[in-house]
Design a protein around this ligand. Structure first.
Ligand code: BES
Ligand code: MN
Length: 475
């Protein structure tokens, strides 16, 4: 093990340069203009995987390509017949994504998003944290095994996709198609957060999501507001009134049935959550809000990770250009996502929302609801043997007692890892709260990068149960 850890330590400088090379690709999956950049980034990644000793290829899909790579069979086993099922080596899949969120607005970046720059031991650039730095940490750990000749106690397959930030549309098909090759004991994903470098984390729950768009249509064209205003319903006003009915004064969603399937947090969970220190004032300042707001009866951490929400993501109506224009707009629309918690079904939530909006929509406008993507929440036991192995790897690499987290974000494909591959996912996130994922000035902490590599290197031994003496140390 030491030879692996020493290799990692000795090569940090090069690894950081490689992360810069990776971040330099503007692999923005949402923007068609970056189609070629997506392929260039994925091709670089395949080449990189080969350089470190993996067998790798680019797999085209209907959308952006998937990078597929695996560890070569150990020399000692190379000429053996495949063993019977049940006696095979442990096999783990590492999932990540090379696509990134759009970098706009460019003006708010201190240095350009695709010109990676190091400041205060952090690498700044779009995708540095979400998710290039995190998946590269795993690749560097496996490189250390392959280049030092230290035996990996398990087989590893890497699946690094290019559509996570736009809903992973091609990946379920890819999983189906490669089901046999991806038959594994668990999936490892580093695409979540950790509260601080002193709080390495195992995330055991993610929120799900239900996306939809509401449009209210009024007059058949934008009207002169002086000539007609007052005699017709203004769709923007109607939409504002309708949306205002969705929450009550306590910050609860007032839609009947919205909370029906929601399970209460256990005392154990609340205790775990309370282990991470929370400073309301610092949080308020960090977000730049005059006061915090949320569903009454829950702490901010509970509100943002373990309670469902109804969020307006975009609101559009009328004239948006410079100066004024006196019209009654013909329509008003809102883009909405509800974040869901375990047991809530996206279809049921959309149904409840639809019924509510239909009941409260005035007869003066026509209501349209278009439903979009949806995914259930994810919940996995933090008590499994695999989870315990992951906690040991985290503890050893970071030198602090890991925390168990529920997180508010969504990684929809983890549900398909379970339904298609039958595998649970271990979420071992390396993103710090101030990494600015999806925001200007995204960064990745280089010390966390190094510790993440060590965590990964230790993880394979812990998961495969090949650590001398660990049973006595952690019983
Ligand atoms: N890495 C995030 C998800 C995440 C962030 C999970 C922080 C937990 C904590 C991922 O890249 C992401 O942004 N997912 C989207 C999914 C959506 C487009 C369906 C999200 O959560 O908004
Ligand atoms: Mn993201």
């Amino acid at each position: 093990m030491n030879v692996v850890l020493n290799y990692l330590r000795a090569n940090q400088k090069r690894f950081v340069q490689e992360l810069c090379d990776y971040v330099r690709f503007p692999s923005v999956s949402a923007q068609p203009a970056h189609g070629e950049d997506m392929i260039r980034c994925a091709t670089w990644l395949v080449k990189h995987c080969k350089q470190i000793g993996l067998q790798a290829r680019l797999c085209p899909t209907d959308g952006h390509p998937v990078v597929f790579a695996k560890t070569p069979a150990p020399v000692a086993l190379r000429h053996r017949k495949p063993s019977k099922k049940g006696t095979r080596r442990p096999h783990f899949m590492v999932y990540g994504h090379y696509d990134v969120q759009p970098p706009e607005p460019f003006g708010l970046w201190k240095t350009p998003p695709f010109e990676p720059t190091i400041r205060h031991r952090s690498l700044f650039g779009r995708g540095a944290s979400d998710n290039k730095g995190q998946n590269l940490a795993h690749l560097k750990a496996v490189e250390a095994y392959l280049k030092t000749g230290e035996e990996l106690p398990c087989d590893l397959t890497f699946v690094i996709e290019g559509e996570e930030e736009v809903g992973s549309n091609s990946l379920a098909g890819f999983l189906q198609q490669h089901r046999a090759a991806l038959d594994c004991d668990a999936v490892i994903v580093s695409d979540t957060g950790m509260p601080s470098p002193k709080h390495p984390a195992l995330t055991y729950a993610l929120r799900g999501i239900a996306a939809f768009e509401i449009t209210l249509r009024g007059p058949n064209r934008d009207l002169h507001s002086g000539i007609f205003g007052g005699s017709v319903q203004n769709p923007a006003t109607a939409l504002a009134q309708l949306l205002a009915k969705v929450h009550d004064a306590n910050g609860r969603v007032a839609i009947p049935g919205f909370y029906r399937a929601v399970v209460k947090l256990s005392d154990f969970e609340r205790k775990q959550m309370a282990r991470v220190p929370f400073n309301g004032k610092a949080y308020r300042k960090f977000l730049g809000v005059p006061e915090l707001f949320g569903e009454r009866g829950f702490t901010p951490d509970e509100q943002r990770t373990s309670r469902p929400t109804f969020e307006i993501n975009g609101l559009t109506s009328g004239y948006q250009g410079e100066g004024s224009k006196t019209i009654v707009p013909a329509w008003a629309s809102a883009k909405i996502t509800a974040r869901l918690v375990p047991n809530q079904k996206p279809a049921q939530i959309i149904q409840a929302v639809r019924a509510f909006l239909l009941r409260h929509c005035p007869p003066t406008v026509a209501l349209e609801i278009q439903s979009g993507h949806g995914a259930e929440a994810y919940l996995v036991s933090p008590r499994s043997a695999h989870a315990q192995a992951a906690l040991r790897a985290l503890r050893q690499a970071f030198g602090y007692e890991p925390v168990l987290l529920r997180e508010g974000g969504s990684i929809p494909i983890v549900n398909q890892f379970k339904t298609i591959l039958g595998a649970d996912t271990l979420l071992l996130g390396l993103a710090l709260p101030d990494d600015n994922a999806h925001s200007p000035n995204e960064k990745f902490d280089l010390d966390v990068f190094a510790k993440g590599q060590q965590m990964s290197a230790r993880l394979w031994r812990e998961l495969a149960g090949k650590v001398d003496g660990y049973m006595s140390a952690y019983k």
